[in-house]
Every structure is written in structure tokens, then in C-alpha cells.
Design a protein around this ligand. Structure first.
Ligand SMILES: Cc1cc2nc3c(=O)[nH]c(=O)nc-3n(C[C@H](O)[C@H](O)[C@H](O)COP(=O)(O)OP(=O)(O)OC[C@H]3O[C@@H](n4cnc5c(N)ncnc54)[C@H](O)[C@@H]3O)c2cc1C
Length: 420
């Protein structure tokens, strides 16, 4: 037991942060876990299934949440960010800003209390593909399982309705942001990734044509808690998709966008093809790729799909996507680099396989860290006492993330135990 040592501060409550927090807490170290969203789980929770086992992400998540619940050494702050870190190895002071939830912890709410609300907000869990009420449960598996109120989206009329329909004291419209200061011995940064902004890919029609979606949107289209309750249908008219194109490396391995490979997008699309084929056995799929990158046993996903007569692979980088105005079908222009044919092919939906951008590309944490040219935390030159884990460090899958996070937890424990 090491309950007398200073805690470890973990910033980011995705699979990287949760893993690091649990590994450290389960060998007796106190942990403060700070997550900016209203719930833990990060991007993995927004997936329909995850490779290699193709199980719903909630399976592993439930186990982790059970471990967290059983462990009093982990203190969680959601809707929280770390705005200042001072001091040095073994003796950091961190200021944590906690945004108001406007819902008190003492009462349970349910959806019947939100039904009469008119005020809505874009549902960011579903990548903005639908709206939720201004008072909402972030998603079915949210932990903590607590409603959140989007105060800015709430009209005065709806505010009055809420105060009337919800149990007295459950809604506090005057709740304000608070700041707490903590003393910690080491810091683990696990702030993860965000999808590449497809607005930069105007030649591929994203944002212009409704039936051009991204790989992360495909995860939510397939999920039962998604905007279509799991139906893979066209955003423009709700028709079941019959003929889908996947555009690999959409903005990746491209000096004008993301020069690096995000390591998971090929496997992501192979997984998405399975989603479509399981839901519509007649659907035809074409994958346009530069190289298919799958490693180790994951290559079986690719080999299996090569056997599927409804799935074609075309080696070539898509130059442009246009839309037929009546049908809203998409036309792809691409040179097949094996046959040297210029293709001009029509599809009813297109999925752009976009890469991962570190959250730290847009903002820097308030601690002296080295970043590479793309904003990933440079793990080779770690500042003593501050360690990075998961996609904050490099694009990677869940399996690599959890190993990385275990190693970050160990480094943090060693730093505290040495009393650096
Ligand atoms: C389309 C697609 C499909 C994928 N499918 C799979 C798959 O099937 N199997 C697989 O193994 N991998 C898959 N991956 C990769 C997987 O998503 C990542 O490995 C995983 O999300 C990495 O977890 P993480 O915790 O590092 O980052 P994240 O999941 O991004 O979590 C980071 C957390 O930190 C929080 N955060 C960010 N900034 C702050 C801040 N300043 N303060 C506090 N909190 C903050 C975020 O809100 C988030 O909760 C896929 C990736 C893509 C793009």
C-alpha cells in the first residue's frame, strides 16, 4: 500500500487514461483522473465494435468501470481540465477547472423529465448527426451515469419547465465553474486524438455532399445508440446503402494534410465492410487504397474480404468526388494504378477513412513537454515525472494503447517511489 505517497494525476479518461489509472491504483497508488467530457471512455466508446475481437466496446468498458468502482484510490473529475501545473518531479501542484453539470448528484432523473423540452443541442457523441435534448444522458453506458444540462442551449421557457418537472433540488441553474488545487507526484498525459478535419478535403466532397461520411460517423451509423438506431442508411434520403465506396488515406500520407499513416484506418474500413455486409448481404463495396496496412493476425480480416465477391479493392488515390444532383449519388474519379484505367464510378455512399490528429495539435498542456511536428507528445524525450500514453503519443490501436498506458503507470510509480 502506498496511500501515503502523493497521487498520480492522469489527464484524459479514454482507454489510455483509464488503464493507467487502474494499473497504478490496483498496486496501491492514489490517482486523480481528469476528463474533459461528462463521461469516461473516450473515442473507443463511440465505436460500434472493435477489432480484433469485434466485440462491442462496452464489454471491456464495463469490466474497467467495475474495477474503478471497487477501487477507492481513484478520484474522478469529469467536465474537467487541468489549467496549470507548477513545481517539479515528485512535487507538482495542479489546478483543475471543473465545469458545472447543472444537475446535482442527489437525485435520479429520467428521460420522461426531458420529453417536454424543446431546446436541443447537436449530439456530439454521435458526431453531430442528430440532436439531443438540452438535458441529456451522454450515452447509454455513460459513467458516471448522470444527466448533463447544456445551459447555453436551454431556453428560459424550458428552464422553467425543468424546475417544475424534475425533483426539487435536482437542477441547479446557478451552479458555477469551480477550481481545485491538488498536489501530485507524477503526471500521465492521455489526451488522445480527434478525427482529421475533413473540411480541408474539399476535393472529396465532405461537408458538401450529405452521402459522403467519415469513418467515425460510420461507427455511429452502425451502433444501436446512433442516429439511425443502427441502420446503415444514406443521410440524404434514409435509403439502405447498396453500393458503398471506401476512400483510404483520406488526407493521410499526404504532405498537404497529414503526412503520416494513422495505423488503424485500413483495419477500421475492413471492420466497417463487415458492418455493412452483416446488415445487408447484397451490398457491394469498393475500397480505393494506396496500400492496405494490416499487421500480424489482423491480416486475416483483409484475406477474408478478398474472398468476398461483393467486395473489390482498387489500388489508386481518389482525385475527386462529385455529386449527381437528382439522385445524390457520388461519382469518384480515380486512376487504377494496376490497370492504368481512369475510372469514373458511381456509388450511393462514400466513407472517407480519415486519420487521427492528436488533441495536443491544437492546444498545449500547461507543462513543459516536447511535441513532434504534428503535435504528438514526443515520448523519446520525456520530461521527468510527466509521461504520455496512447494516441497522445502516436496513432495506435487499443491493444498498443493499453500496453503503453501500463508502461506510463509503471514509470509514474517508479518516479514517486524513487522520490525524484
Ligand atoms: C475509425 C477508427 C476506428 C477505430 N477502430 C478501432 C478498433 O476497432 N480497435 C482498436 O483497437 N482501435 C481502433 N481505433 C483506434 C482507437 O480509437 C484508439 O486506439 C483509442 O481511442 C486510443 O485511446 P486514447 O485513450 O489514447 O484516446 P481517446 O480515445 O481519444 O481518449 C482521450 C480522452 O482524453 C480526453 N481529453 C482530451 N483532452 C483533454 C484535456 N485537455 N483534459 C482532460 N481530458 C481530455 C478526451 O475527452 C478522451 O476521453 C480506431 C480508430 C479510428 C480512427
Amino acid at each position: 500500500m502506498n496511500t501515503n505517497t502523493k497521487p498520480i494525476l492522469v489527464i484524459g479518461g479514454g482507454i489510455a487514461g483509464i488503464t493507467a489509472a487502474l494499473e497504478a491504483a490496483e498496486v496501491g497508488y492514489n490517482v486523480i483522473l481528469v476528463e474533459k467530457e461528462a463521461y469516461l471512455g473516450g473515442r473507443v466508446l463511440r465505436m460500434y465494435r472493435y477489432f480484433p475481437k469485434m466485440c462491442p466496446p462496452t464489454c471491456g468498458f464495463e469490466i474497467n468501470i467495475r474495477r474503478i468502482r471497487q477501487n477507492p484510490r481513484i478520484t474522478i473529475h469529469t467536465l474537467a481540465t487541468v489549467d496549470e501545473i507548477s513545481g517539479n518531479t515528485g512535487n507538482f501542484k495542479a489546478k483543475i477547472q471543473i465545469k458545472p453539470r447543472y444537475v446535482t448528484a442527489n437525485h435520479s432523473l429520467d428521460d420522461s423529465m426531458t420529453e417536454s423540452l424543446v431546446s436541443e443541442r447537436a449530439n456530439d457523441f454521435n458526431y453531430g448527426m442528430n440532436n439531443s435534448k438540452a438535458l441529456y444522458m451522454p450515452h447509454d453506458m455513460a459513467y458516471p451515469s448522470a444527466y448533463v444540462l447544456d445551459r447555453e442551449a436551454l431556453s428560459d421557457t424550458d428552464a422553467a419547465i425543468l424546475l417544475e418537472t424534475c425533483p426539487p433540488g435536482s437542477i441547479d441553474l446557478d451552479m458555477s465553474e469551480k477550481e481545485i488545487e491538488v498536489e501530485v507526484g507524477a503526471v500521465i498525459v492521455a489526451t488522445g486524438w480527434q478525427p482529421y478535419d475533413v473540411k480541408n478535403l474539399d476535393n472529396l466532397g465532405s461537408g458538401l455532399y450529405p452521402n459522403v461520411i467519415t469513418n467515425v460517423m460510420m461507427e455511429r451509423l452502425a451502433a444501436s445508440g446512433g442516429p439511425t438506431a443502427g441502420e446503415i442508411i444514406r443521410p440524404s434520403d434514409g435509403k439502405k446503402v447498396e453500393n458503398v465506396a471506401f476512400v483510404q488515406c483520406a488526407g493521410s500520407r499526404d504532405d498537404k494534410h497529414l503526412p503520416y499513416c494513422s495505423a488503424v484506418c485500413c483495419m477500421g474500413s475492413l471492420k466497417h465492410i463487415r458492418y455493412i455486409r452483416e446488415k445487408n448481404e447484397n451490398a457491394k463495396i469498393t475500397v480505393f487504397y494506396i496500400d492496405i496496412r494490416t499487421v500480424g493476425s489482423e491480416e486475416k480480416f483483409y484475406f477474408d474480404l478478398l474472398e468476398d465477391e461483393n467486395v473489390s479493392f482498387v489500388k489508386g488515390k481518389v482525385a475527386a468526388i462529385s455529386e449527381e444532383s437528382d439522385s445524390k449519388n457520388l461519382i469518384l474519379d480515380v486512376e487504377d494504378t494496376i490497370s492504368h484505367e481512369n475510372l469514373h464510378q458511381g456509388f450511393d455512399m462514400v466513407v472517407l477513412a480519415t486519420g487521427m490528429v492528436p488533441v495536443t495539435a491544437d492546444f498545449k498542456l500547461p507543462v513543459d513537454l516536447k511535441y513532434d511536428e504534428y503535435g504528438f507528445i514526443d515520448g523519446t524525450t520525456e520530461v521527468n515525472g510527466v509521461y504520455a500514453a496512447g494516441c497522445a503519443k502516436h496513432p495506435c490501436d487499443v491493444s498498443t494503447t493499453t500496453k503503453d498506458s501500463t508502461s506510463a503507470a509503471l514509470k509514474a510509480i517508479q518516479c514517486i517511489s524513487r522520490g525524484d
